[in-house]
Design a protein around this ligand. Structure first.
Ligand SMILES: Cc1cc2nc3c(=O)[nH]c(=O)nc-3n(C[C@H](O)[C@H](O)[C@H](O)COP(=O)(O)OP(=O)(O)OC[C@H]3O[C@@H](n4cnc5c(N)ncnc54)[C@H](O)[C@@H]3O)c2cc1C
Length: 819
């Protein structure tokens, strides 16, 4: 048998143990887990976590991690004792907004295949008799949730891994990592060196210190969190819970008060996120040999818990009795990230150095499995892009950003977050060269990846007299204005100017550029200079890693419209070592404006000597030309389905480009239009958005992107996987739905039912102003994905009737784009 790589995992918390178990299960037995504390109550966050596992999450990936944690923990036991106590969970609503949110969560659960129900206060009080029934408006119940006994789950997995050959070294402190020629070679401990081909940092709140050993920023913020237990509480004592069971009723969350509860045999555990945030500098966390209790436990601060206690009393009458109070409390430390997702994957700069950081108990086994799949198989069937550590932009690695966003995510951990809700601080961070003009036009900005992005323009309010824009339900109306609808229609009628600067742009150059890109993507790139190609990057399974527009601007020069930093990371990683290819992120130094609509040509032609007629400058072609005084790369593309161009120039000339187009466009009815209109127009045209409509979990045929795959070209990543697939009969399909009720705009991630049974989920949604109907794209099984099929979208608990339609909904003959 071929030798497997030597893997050293730093940290024997639940994450390190899960990874070790999953690696050994896959045949990688040369695994050593190095832990500075005693095994297995090692002193990290796992050692004191009360272990509540709520699987529901807006993120499909996170829900899958949690579902696997439940499944796996249920299958484990340690010396006859349980690892998972599947008592179910309840989340109580104290406000109408929360009740609506619980319905939304029930929608996520149904979409991701987790059984759940929203129940009335009486039933909730029957399931959890400690609650003040009159304080709640309803509850959300997930029967398969429960308590993970985190240390036992760790040890049970570690034992199995040990049987398979893994070694666990307690009381070994990692003090350094030896690297050589850009890759890891060994872990240095206080008891000697351990050679390794792969090092996985699963050090929890110590992660930033381990990252620093290889010069890597690990963007997580440790924060102290308050967890308490009461003394014996008569109402819990009366339940006569056997000590070995600990807890018989569902675990409970009261997000309106930032509280959660569980039983501890005769006591009640009360955790709170309501207190003042307590960020901790990782370098101040004590070593297990120096910590009075354990390193991740700080002294309880009763004063910061006082308000939480009052709120707990308001919900649980038993806590109001004289003499009842906090018997024991801790300020326990665990990790928060800038966007709430874990940090997984390999360092961009040090080969063989991997992270599995900022993971809750809830997600630990799922993360362990995905890490092992990634290491052993090169990827996971679960889409990991939200958790990939290479997702961050440079500004997101600033210490102040990591600190402030970590703190904010702690504050917001239970908040109701609208899908469009932007971060509030720090802003503005990244602005395009058009920002000043956009402000003058009354832009309403939302933030994405640090960029200020106009969603609509106040000065377009006058357009509302021209168009009938329907209102929408209250949730969908947030961060939206009818002006956006008018902008969409005005684009179709005349022309719109769209700031596309925030889209990632890469430049790939060098004598090896063509063959490099051709081997990484599905479409044929060997075409004349001036051609633009839509192409896909796949993984080895044939899953879609990204979709790109690749413009050949010179023999050895390509400009790529990409989806984000992961594309940049992938291209850099894959680029040949011989220097024949250079990959550059040119986003920040350049800008882009979309000039789209039937009058786009009139406007552009009035500003350039170049011939931009249909005959001279065809669809999916690119040229370098002058727009007034501004040198521009013009690509005849349109994500909104209209005649027009993406116009790129350097950032210094951006405002001049905007002003030039603006002045010339006035007589043609040019307006500035925002991302809200853009989103609507792109869905009418059926253009997929990577990350929401499709990910690595989907292949091109399922996603309706088979046209971008050329099996008649040479080899490319993912090709052999596609050869095994029947492109004409995919296992599921992404299809448009139209909704009859004009106000029933949905948001995405809602479940779709066929004949009353869950069948799929919505990916993107918008109102289609040209077709005058709400649109939703959804994944459905093939038999349901037929035009005319009636389906139901479950939206915030309401049934919304929809019909599968033919793709695309607008201009299927492409007459507008090609004219
Ligand atoms: C009070 C509290 C309540 C919580 N409640 C819940 C909950 O109900 N549900 C939930 O899902 N999550 C909960 N969490 C979060 C959860 O506990 C953590 O996210 C999780 O345990 C992290 O696991 P880990 O394996 O990544 O980290 P840890 O358990 O911290 O493991 C990391 C290990 O790395 C070791 N290590 C670090 N540096 C070195 C070094 N240099 N050399 C050798 N070893 C090293 C440490 O000693 C440690 O044992 C809670 C956290 C707290 C603080």
């Amino acid at each position: 048998m071929a030798a497997t790589p030597r893997v050293a995992i730093i940290g024997a918390g639940i994450v390190g143990c899960s990874i070790a178990d999953e690696l050994v299960m896959r045949g990688w037995s040369d695994v050593v887990v190095i832990e500075q504390g005693p095994l297995f109550a090692a002193g990290g966050s796992t050692s004191h976590a009360p272990g509540l596992v709520f699987q529901t999450n807006g993120s499909k990936t996170m829900a899958e991690f949690a579902r696997y944690t439940v499944e796996k923990s249920c299958s484990l036991e340690l010396d006859g004792e349980w690892c998972f106590n599947q008592v179910g969970s309840l989340e109580f609503a104290l406000t109408p907004d929360r009740l609506r949110e619980l319905h939304r969560r029930a929608g996520f659960a149904e979409a991701w295949g987790i059984e759940s129900r929203v129940i009335d206060p009486d039933e909730a009080a029957r399931l959890w008799p400690l609650v003040d029934r009159d304080a709640i408006l309803g509850a959300y119940h997930v029967p398969t949730d429960g308590l993970a006994k985190a240390v036992r789950v760790s040890e049970a997995q570690a034992r199995r891994a040990t049987e398979g050959g893994a070694r666990f070294l307690g009381r070994h402190t990692v003090t350094g990592i030896r690297t050589d020629d850009g890759r890891v070679r060994a872990v240095i401990t206080d008891q000697g060196e351990i050679e390794a081909d792969i090092v996985v940092c699963a050090a929890g709140i110590w992660g930033p210190l381990i990252g620093a050993m290889v010069g890597m920023t690990v963007p997580l913020q440790p924060l102290a969190h308050q967890y308490t237990t009461t003394g014996p509480l008569p109402e819990v004592v009366a339940l006569a819970i056997p000590p070995e069971r600990e807890n018989v009723h569902p675990i409970v969350r009261v997000q309106d008060r930032d509280l959660y509860f569980r039983e501890h045999t005769d006591r009640l555990g009360v955790g709170s996120y309501a207190h003042v945030p307590m960020p901790i500098d990782a370098s101040t966390i004590l070593h297990p040999t120096k910590a009075p209790v354990m390193p991740s436990v700080l002294d309880f601060t009763p004063d910061t818990f006082a308000e939480s206690w009052r709120w707990a009393q308001a919900i649980v009458p038993a806590l109001r009795a004289p003499g009842v109070g906090v018997d024991h409390g801790i300020n326990g430390i665990f990790s928060f990230t800038t966007d709430g997702a874990p940090l997984m994957g390999e360092s961009a700069d040090v080969k063989g150095f991997w992270l599995a950081e900022a993971v809750w108990v809830t997600h630990a086994c799922g993360v362990g499995k995905a890490m092992a799949e990634w290491l052993v198989d090169g990827g996971s069937p679960t889409d990991l892009h939200e958790a990939d550590v290479n997702r961050f932009e440079a500004h997101q690695l600033a210490p102040s950003y990591i600190h402030d966003r970590g703190v904010q995510n702690y504050i917001e951990v239970y908040d109701i977050i609208h899908p469009l809700q932007p971060m509030e601080d720090p802003r503005p961070l990244r602005t395009s060269p058009f920002y000043e003009r956009e402000q003058e036009l009354g832009a309403y900005f939302l933030e994405g990846n640090g960029w200020e992005r106009p969603h609509w323009y106040g000065t377009n309010e006058g357009l509302l007299g021209r168009y009938d824009i329907p209102r929408r339900n209250a949730w969908a109306e947030r961060y939206w204005h009818p002006i956006a609808g008018a902008e969409a229609l005005a684009t179709r009628d005349a022309a719109g100017l769209y700031d596309m600067t925030s889209l990632k742009r890469l430049e790939v150059t060098g004598p090896g550029a063509l063959s490099f890109l051709d081997g990484l993507t599905t479409n044929r790139l060997d075409r004349p200079v001036g051609t633009v190609v839509y192409s896909l990057m796949l993984d080895e399974r044939g899953g879609i890693r990204s979709d790109l527009t690749i413009a050949r601007l010179g023999r050895d020069r390509f400009q790529i419209g990409a989806n984000g930093n992961l594309d940049y990371d992938l291209l850099r990683r894959q680029a040949p070592a011989d220097g024949s290819v250079a990959v550059r992120d040119i986003t920040s130094g350049t800008c882009c404006v979309g000039l789209w609509g039937p009058r786009a040509r009139d406007i552009l032609q009035s500003l350039t000597d170049a011939d931009v007629s249909n005959e001279a400058f065809r669809y999916f072609q690119g040229r370098e030309l002058w727009v007034g005084n501004v040198p521009v790369t013009a690509l005849r593309l349109s994500y909104v389905g209209e005649l027009g161009w993406e116009l790129y120039t350097t950032a210094d000339l951006g405002m001049k480009l905007w002003d030039t187009l603006w002045a010339a466009g006035q007589e043609h009815g040019l307006i500035a239009a925002g991302r809200s209109a853009f989103g609507s127009l792109r869905l009418e045209k059926g253009y997929r958005s990577w990350g929401s409509d499709m990910t690595t979990e989907h292949d091109p045929y399922e996603a309706g992107l088979g046209f971008a795959v050329r099996m008649d070209k040479g080899d490319f990543v993912g090709r052999s996987a596609l050869e095994q697939k029947d492109g004409a009969n995919p296992a599921r399909r992404l299809v448009p739905l139209t909704i009859g009720d004009r106000e029933a705009v949905v948001m995405g991630k809602e479940p779709v039912e066929v004949d009353g049974r869950p069948a799929g989920y919505v990916t993107s949604a918008a109102y289609g102003f040209s077709i005058d109907k709400p649109i939703a794209y959804a994944w459905l099984p093939p038999d349901a994905a037929q035009a005319g099929q009636a389906v139901t979208i479950r939206y915030l608990g309401e049934a919304v009737s929809a019909t599968v339609a033919t793709d695309p909904l607008f201009d299927p003959e492409m007459t507008r784009l090609r004219s």
